[in-house]
Ligand binder design. Structure first.
Ligand SMILES: Nc1ncnc2c1ncn2[C@@H]1O[C@H](COP(=O)(O)OP(=O)(O)OP(=O)(O)O)[C@@H](O)[C@H]1O
Length: 348
């Protein structure tokens, strides 16, 4: 028996939507997928007409679909956005160099310019060099901290007023769970926001906050989008991996679970007496920070001084340059005067 699309009732159903198990034809899936994202953008006032928006593009499925859909909606609904692709080259041979080739093709395919910013230029270290120093255990911490700042610096250089990232509903649900498990109240309060960093120079938004990863994959597959699907050469973040698996198991039993976790996260009310970090500026590089030095400067300083574990592990009771974190097993801390000249070149 031929099953008809539950939406148009005319065409043959070609797929089951992961978010609600609706049987739909390809065209109705495309329209529903795109218009749900449009609705998210409109309901949450993610952009204003004339905004110059950096689309954080890794070449992976999420950000490739994001670049495709934002370009399409910008035209279809006349948002009046000035979009460009922003890629960070972390310096991972055999991984990021290949995915950057994909982003270069996307530049032509979507007709929006591309800006590439590298860790080597910003920090004078590539991830390959960092991994040689610190091994595979904490490399994701370096990469995540440096990428966040590199994206902000790249966007500022290009005079963007906003950044859009490909974080999807699964990512947000995972982050909520991780912040609960860690008891990280400050991050828990922030991670459900669809726009973050509004108090800083560059707000970031997540147009895919309610979009299921499986639907992004389906959309990219059926539309035959050009994206890069290889995992990072260096070990994935194992702790996050457990949360990811858990979410996937819940989704298999009850697809709505992903949206319910997000909704629960949004409804948390943080005790107003809870101590929250106060945002200031890093004394070293001027980047936004809740400590004397921002995390990137602490990590970079450790690398440049041959103490790469500096800033990775917290120990109680012993102060450090930025007053909160200390090296574990990284040897004696150098006093301010014995520091070797900084290898960093963090300004453009
Ligand atoms: N090297 C990079 N350059 C620019 N943006 C990046 C880069 N890495 C990650 N991002 C941005 O951060 C988002 C989340 O990154 P994450 O590492 O979690 O990858 P992901 O969920 O696999 O996404 P994608 O499929 O886009 O790679 C990406 O969708 C993208 O917008």
């Amino acid at each position: 028996m031929v099953r008809h699309c539950e939406l148009c009732k005319a065409k043959r159903a070609a797929l089951v939507r992961p978010r609600n198990r609706q049987q739909v034809c390809k065209d109705c899936f495309y329209t529903a997928f795109e218009e749900e994202i449009h609705q998210t953008i409109v309901d949450n006032k993610l952009f204003n007409r004339g905004d110059r928006v950096a689309v954080a593009a890794s070449g992976g499925k999420d950000s490739t679909v994001l670049a495709h859909v934002l370009t399409l909606l910008n035209k279809r609904h006349d948002y009046g956005l000035d979009l460009f692709l922003l890629s960070i080259d972390e310096g991972i041979a055999g991984y990021r160099d290949d995915s950057l080739e994909t982003v270069k093709r996307n530049e032509t395919q979507y007709g929006i310019p591309l800006e590439v910013v590298s860790y080597k230029t910003l920090y004078n270290w590539t991830m390959d060099e960092i991994v040689k120093e610190i091994g595979l255990k904490n490399n994701c911490t370096f990469c995540g901290v440096f990428r966040r700042q590199a994206l902000d610096r790249g966007a500022a250089k290009m005079k963007a007023v906003k950044m859009a990232t490909g974080h999807n509903a699964d990512d947000v649900a995972e982050t909520i769970l991780l912040n609960i498990v860690r008891g990280d109240i400050a991050r828990l309060a922030r991670c459900t926001s669809i726009i973050t960093g509004e108090e800083g120079a560059l707000p970031r938004c997540k147009p895919f906050k309610y979009t299921y990863e499986k639907e992004i994959v389906m959309y990219a597959y059926f539309k035959k989008l050009d994206y890069f699907s290889t995992e990072c050469t260096y070990s994935p973040n194992a702790y996050r991996g457990f949360a990811r698996e858990f979410i996937k198991d819940l989704e298999a039993i009850r697809p709505q679970a992903i949206l319910d976790i997000i909704s629960s996260g949004e409804r948390f009310r943080i005790d107003s007496t809870a101590k929250m970090p106060e945002q200031g500026l890093c004394e070293r590089c001027g980047y936004i920070s809740s400590q004397k030095w921002c995390k990137a400067c602490v990590l970079l300083d450790g690398l440049n001084r041959g103490l790469p574990k500096l800033g990775i592990t917290r120990t109680r009771g012993k102060g450090l340059a930025n007053g909160v974190e200390n090296a574990s097993g990284g040897g004696k801390l150098a006093s301010k005067d014995d520091r070797s000249p900084s290898k960093a070149n963090i300004d453009f």
